[in-house]
Design a protein around this ligand. Structure first.
Ligand code: MF3
Ligand code: CO
Length: 255
């Protein structure tokens, strides 16, 4: 499938979809504390998304049973919310959320400490977040897609962490997953040339230990093979002639 170039009108719709998602994330971030269940986070997230007149795009996607992916500690992504899974002081938790506004998808993820966490856990979260910003330094028209991948790899590798290879970022628009796929690790090809109007979900998934991951028997939850902690950070980004626009991080919203 060709990589879609969004028109000015489509970009406006993507902007609004992503702005709403940034507000949902900001609200969910405020709820992260010891004692809340992963189920409660999902229930609140779904309610917030619907309160804007939007649809959760993850719900029932290939059979995924919730609106928010909640992944704790060694869970990398696609954790399934459960009533009996209560967040504990010292955990780290990744929230991956997305929604559809007037037919246009947004997708973003954040990783939070639960109460006080170890210095090592804090560093993993921060390096994962920063790796996204290192990558998007190259996300502008005329550069090649894998310039982004290579910048993420070069930064993360300095810390000795494992970069997940089995899951990648993606184009996004009228579908949650569009071409191109966006690896977070070193590529030897250059990839497609970036053009204004491309919208990309860039999402490094970084393990404290080995890069290898496994799927649990629920067919969704991805965990680190060695049980080490994992963090995830994602934004939907618009390619322009100049600096990229981080659509899920509009002015005044932190994440
Ligand atoms: N950010 C995730 C991804 O791009 C969201 C998909 S979760 C799913 O794969 F449940 F919808 F699959
Ligand atoms: Co995504």
């Amino acid at each position: 499938m060709a990589v879609s170039i969004k028109s000015a009108r489509e970009i406006e719709l993507m902007r609004e979809s992503c702005r709403i998602l940034s507000e949902v994330h900001a609200r969910l971030g405020e709820e992260i504390r010891p004692g809340i269940s992963t189920w409660d986070i999902d229930a609140l997230g779904e309610k917030l998304i619907r309160s804007y007149g939007c649809e959760p795009n993850f719900l029932n996607y290939n059979g995924y049973p919730a609106s928010i992916c909640v992944s704790v500690n060694d869970e990398v992504v696609h954790g399934i919310p459960k009533k009996e899974h209560i967040l504990q002081e010292g955990d780290i938790v990744s929230l991956d959320a997305g929604l559809i506004y007037k037919g246009y998808h947004s997708d973003a993820a954040r990783t939070y400490p639960v109460g006080r966490v170890s210095e090592e856990a804090r560093e993993l979260i921060e390096v994962t977040r920063q790796s996204f910003f290192e990558g998007i330094k190259y996300a502008k028209a005329g550069n090649h897609l894998y310039d982004i991948s290579n910048a993420i790899d070069a930064y993360v590798s300095k810390f000795g962490y494992g970069i997940v290879r089995d899951l990648v970022g993606h184009g996004i628009g009228t579908h949650l997953h569009e071409d191109p796929q966006i690896p977070n690790f070193k590529q030897w090809r250059r990839g497609i040339k970036l053009q204004p109007g491309m919208t990309l979900a860039i999402e490094p998934m970084i393990n404290m230990g080995s890069c290898y991951v496994e799927w649990l028997d629920d067919d969704w939850t991805v965990v680190t093979e060695d049980g080490s902690l994992s963090a995830h950070y994602e934004n939907t980004v618009l390619i322009t002639e100049g600096e990229p626009e981080i659509l899920t991080l509009p002015d005044g919203v932190k994440g």
